[in-house]
Design a protein around this ligand. Structure first.
Ligand SMILES: NC(=O)c1ccc[n+]([C@@H]2O[C@H](COP(=O)([O-])OP(=O)(O)OC[C@H]3O[C@@H](n4cnc5c(N)ncnc54)[C@H](OP(=O)(O)O)[C@@H]3O)[C@@H](O)[C@H]2O)c1
Length: 330
């Protein structure tokens, strides 16, 4: 829940950890149809993350697979060195266990979901966590998420229950990492209600229910049932690709434009305000300094119930996704 009496800037996870409502997205890549350079955009990542720190962002959403954790770690280190920042001011998220997907991550032989033995998976996760903390130059992350519930390709292990068993194994490994102090909170990403139910059934002894489910949500892609289920279970929903990654001309939608004009705000600000007022946290990403400031400036106005409903209603048709549909993952 958003903290009582707060201005929606933080949300408290069920284990008591306070999570900022907005974190800067650190996925800098052009991964659609690019093979020659594996899709990475290092110049953009260095510049944008540096500018985001200058602009006051203290929460960052990363992932092992983004290849930007060393960049973030180096930029944080420079600010630790100058005395400008301390670890406690930051909220750092990482995600482990991404499936192989074309083209940028197919070169690694260590991807979690490439394993065909459940027992190999726990060790891959532990190794990846050590590498992530090394790259970040940190002793712990604030939030560790299971990036995807399984592989994008067909299960060829011969065991139809492999993805489910693997998820439970990864989750137990996450619990172990949290117990050792490597993560203050653990959660999942791209999980459907079915994936969540199975996980909670398979690891019932654990008091560590997922704290967060990070999924694709923007005005053209919503799953009210999933959000209701998560709310009932005390799981905070984080919206990734909160602007649909810049696709579908979302930020020029006339309904959003009209709301924005009424409040003297931009459509980007209206979308972010809609996310946090709906009880979600969100991960806006931009390469431009002016937009970084704009995207944080959403706490001085409020949308009416009608405006929330009008924005909700943009997503009642078939979801327009920028990432694969998690319900296709076994
Ligand atoms: N868990 C997962 O599987 C998963 C998947 C995808 C993403 N994510 C996370 O979510 C983060 C954000 O998603 P995303 O990077 O795909 O895209 P996004 O934040 O939805 O959209 C980024 C696009 O919006 C534009 N933009 C940003 N602010 C704007 C504003 N105020 N007005 C107009 N345009 C604006 C940016 O252009 P400019 O750069 O030109 O401003 C860029 O083209 C990622 O970085 C990552 O951390 C997680």
């Amino acid at each position: 829940m958003h903290d009582n009496g707060s201005d929606l800037r933080t949300i408290t996870l069920h284990n008591g950890v306070a999570m900022p409502s907005l974190a800067f997205g650190c996925a800098f890549g052009d991964w659609v149809g690019r093979t020659a350079f594996q899709g990475f955009l290092p110049e953009q990542a260095w510049r944008a993350i540096s500018l985001a720190l200058d602009n006051g962002y203290r929460a960052f959403d990363g992932a092992r697979v983004y290849g930007t954790e060393r960049i973030l770690g180096t930029l944080l280190g420079q600010r630790f060195a100058s005395g400008e920042l301390s670890r406690e001011e930051l909220f750092i998220t990482t995600k482990l266990a991404h499936p192989a997907a074309p083209p940028h991550i197919n070169i690694s032989h260590r991807r979690t979901w490439d394993a065909d033995k459940v027992e190999d998976i726990a060790q891959k996760v532990r190794d990846d966590m050590v590498d992530t903390l090394d790259d970040l130059g940190l002793g712990y992350v604030d939030l560790l998420l299971m990036h995807w519930p399984g592989s994008f390709s067909e299960n060829t292990t011969g065991d139809p229950d492999f993805p489910r068993k693997a998820r439970a194994t990864i989750w137990r490994t996450f619990c172990e990492l949290a117990d050792k102090g490597a993560a203050r909170a653990i959660g999942v990403s791209n999980f459907t209600i079915g994936h969540l139910r199975q996980l909670m059934e398979d690891v019932p002894e654990s008091e560590r229910r997922p704290t967060v489910n990070q999924v694709e949500i923007h005005p053209y892609c919503r799953d009210p049932q999933l959000e209701t289920f998560c709310r009932e279970q005390g799981i905070v929903v984080t919206a990734y690709a909160p602007f649909a990654s810049g696709a579908f001309d979302l930020l020029r939608n006339p309904t959003l434009t009209a709301i924005a004009e009424r409040h003297g705000k931009t459509t980007g600000q209206v979308v972010l305000r809609w996310h946090v007022q709906s009880g979600r946290t969100a991960l806006p990403k931009t390469s431009k300094a002016a937009r970084m400031a704009e995207n944080r400036d959403i706490f001085d106005f409020a949308l009416s119930d009608e405006e929330i409903q009008a924005t909700d209603s943009l997503g009642t048709g078939e979801a327009r996704r920028t990432c694969p549909d998690p319900s296709l993952v076994a």
